[in-house]
Design a protein around this ligand. Structure first.
Ligand code: DGT
Ligand code: CA
Ligand code: CA
Ligand code: ZN
Length: 615
């Protein structure tokens, strides 16, 4: 079990204990332990063998050390099971609704024995909550909307969750005796009575880089995937320790749920048809349908086993995707593009775009430090960014309106500028450290910081963090007003969504992108896996409208710097290449390009002139 899962179990126990009206000191103990488990670099599963090692971890005392040991031994802890038996697993779902904390749940439980989302929805509709304290019509509407959002997203999982699970399963599969990773030398494998697995590839929506996945499709090949060995191989797959329950076990397929509810389909395939299977199970369905029609027109059939001739069934291609696409007269199509949005036509004309790659990224310009709600110092962020191979970063802490983050007021912002400049000098050109801020866009579109201070910063990101209840007209006007401010360089996470947790706020994103293009204000793609904002479709629209994009990690922790992979997949899904993304430029050209109008754009006043006037 990984540290993160252990942290989640402790956190859930804290929530359950609070719902139960438990002693607040005790609740805090569990929360602190959860935090410690999340943060520590010690592998807790290993450390649990020796209680002294657990006790060395700050935040872990004797009783929490015992709890960690219980988790490692049993997969859960006694108190959590006891409380779940009392309230039911449904209360954990209630906690996922926006605005629902343990205190509210306790209130609902005491008043109406509500213990899951369905019971809550029913109680709201029956008017049974209206008499409770602080449950006005507005509050109830919010809850109703939260339930709708929850039901819509139920059954899907975040890409980072799915990918981590895929990685764990792959590691387990590759340890199958006889597998490449497990066998000391290949001669031994041939001697082994069952041969192993060579390759595990995630297909489906995960391979296409979709922001959420419905289920995980894993394709496996290797010597064990031939008929005489699959029986033993299937048994090995079904022995994966993370399995919650097995859904189906076939000749060459195992489907199961893992803890947390994600469904996984594992298929074992001989290497001769691996390409055809990979092509088929990568999808999307829409892409495959058109591809199959194309095959038929050319006198072929295409299925998960092969591309074959219609007339006599003779095999044309099956071992690799490249061969299959080539036989259909197409260039190989990157999985992120396989949504039938024009990629097949482009591949036929050999005109697929060169897509963004990790190596194109030269800097990251949205991150937080201990000055607001980040975990690391400016210097630590700079060092971590250097290790990522970046040439520059910008330090963009929150502004004062976000009081709970310790956001900066004007005075502290000016001090922060000095500190950033000092670190920039200390780094002696190995990496540039730019000044900046993530300034809050207030309810009326004004910015949460004086222009004179913003004027002194290299990278001003303006973001909405409040008043998600405004109308589409209000929010659009608010954001448009904010980006008119001549010091704003980037609009941060433009739609405010939190994947599977909070819908984007209502906004006319087309109007914002058009104005952004005119003003030269770049749109952020916030690559944090819980945001991925702008989404792929809006990113594509941004490109069409001539609006430039900046991809940022929004790191609150040095360990998250460089975690751009999920975001990069979204840029690729939007057909963006390096020329569409500003932080593919070097440090100085990047700064110069911020707020410079894209070439050929219309009438807006030149930002540089504005700056001079205002100074
Ligand atoms: P998901 O799981 O909802 O995030 O989305 P996918 O794309 O992973 O869909 P899934 O798991 O149902 O199927 C995986 C791939 O298998 C899908 O992208 C295309 C292929 N596939 C599955 N069923 C069909 C089908 O009925 N027709 C065709 N053409 N392809 C299918
Ligand atoms: Ca899938
Ligand atoms: Ca599937
Ligand atoms: Zn933000």
């Amino acid at each position: 079990m990984d540290n993160r899962t252990m942290a989640r179990l402790l956190e859930e126990t804290a929530d359950l204990l609070e719902i139960d009206g438990g002693d607040s000191f005790r609740v805090r103990g569990y929360r602190r332990a959860a935090e410690a488990a999340e943060q520590t670099t010690v592998d807790l599963t290993i450390a649990a063998a020796d209680i002294a090692r657990l006790l060395e971890i700050p935040g872990i005392g004797k009783s929490m050390a015992a709890n960690l040991q219980a988790i490692v031994q049993t997969g859960t802890l006694p108190l959590r099971e006891e409380l779940l038996a009392r309230y039911g697993a449904g209360v954990l779902e209630l906690l996922k609704l926006p605005g629902m904390g343990p205190k509210t749940i306790a209130l609902f439980w005491d008043a109406a024995k509500i213990a899951n989302v369905d019971q809550l929805a029913e109680a709201i509709e029956a008017g049974r909550l209206a008499s409770l304290p602080r449950m006005g019509p507005k509050q109830l509407d919010k809850l109703r909307k939260g339930i709708e959002d929850y039901r819509r997203s139920a059954g899907r999982f975040r890409i980072d969750f799915a990918e981590e699970e895929a990685r764990r399963i792959a590691a387990y599969l590759l340890a199958f005796p006889g597998s490449k990773d497990a066998r000391p030398e290949s001669a031994a494998a041939e001697a082994a009575d069952h041969a192993g697995f060579d390759t595990v590839t995630p297909a489906g929506s995960l391979r296409r880089g979709r922001e959420t996945v419905g289920d995980l499709d894993l394709l496996v090949t290797g010597p064990a995937c031939v008929p005489e060995h699959t029986a033993a191989a299937v048994e090995y797959v079904a022995g994966y320790p993370g399995i919650h329950d097995i859904i189906a076990k076939g000749e060459n397929k195992v489907s199961f749920h893992v803890q947390g509810g994600l469904q996984v389909d594992v298929r074992l395939l001989p290497s001769a048809s691996y390409g055809a299977a990979l092509q088929y199970f990568t999808g999307s369905k829409a892409h495959n349908v058109v591809l199959r029609q194309r095959a038929l027109k050319m006198g072929y059939t295409l299925n998960e086993w092969a591309l074959a001739r219609l007339e006599d069934g003779a095999m044309v291609a099956s071992a690799t995707e490249e061969e299959i696409y080539a036989a259909l007269g197409l260039d190989w199509i990157p999985p992120e593009l396989r949504e039938n949005l024009g990629e097949i036509e482009c591949a036929a004309r050999h005109a697929l775009p060169r897509l963004m790659e990790k190596a194109d990224l030269r800097g990251d310009v949205h991150m937080h430090t201990t000055a607001s709600d980040g975990r690391n110092s400016i210097r630590e962020m700079a060092e971590a960014a250097l290790a990522c191979g970046y040439g520059y970063i910008a330090i963009t802490d929150h502004s004062k309106a976000l009081a709970m983050t310790g956001g900066l007021d004007e005075k502290r912002a000016l001090e922060q500028i000095q500190r950033v400049r000092a670190v920039d000098r200390e780094m002696e050109g190995r990496i540039r450290v730019f000044t900046g801020i993530e300034v809050d866009i207030l309810g009326d579109g004004a910015l949460d910081m004086d222009d004179e201070v913003l004027a002194q910063m290299d990278v001003v990101i303006a973001s909405v963090h409040s008043r998600f209840d405004q109308s589409r007209e209000e929010t659009t006007a608010r954001v448009l007003r904010a980006i008119e401010n001549p010091y704003v360089r980037i609009l941060g996470h433009p739609t405010g969504r939190l994947l599977l947790r909070r819908e984007p706020f209502a906004i006319d994103i087309g109007a914002v992108l058009r104005r952004g293009a005119e003003l030269g204000v770049a749109m952020e793609h916030n690559a944090a896996p819980e945001r991925l904002d702008l989404n792929d479709r809006d990113l594509r629209l941004a490109k069409e409208l001539g609006c430039r994009v900046v991809i940022c990690s929004d790191s609150h922790d040095a360990r998250n710097l460089g975690k751009m992979g999920y975001g990069l997949r979204q840029l690729r899904r939007a057909w963006l290449g390096p020329e569409d993304v500003l932080n593919t430029l070097g440090a100085e050209p990047f700064l110069a390009a911020l707020r410079a109008r894209p070439e050929g754009s219309g009438s807006a006043s030149v930002a540089g002139n504005n700056l001079l006037e205002l100074r």
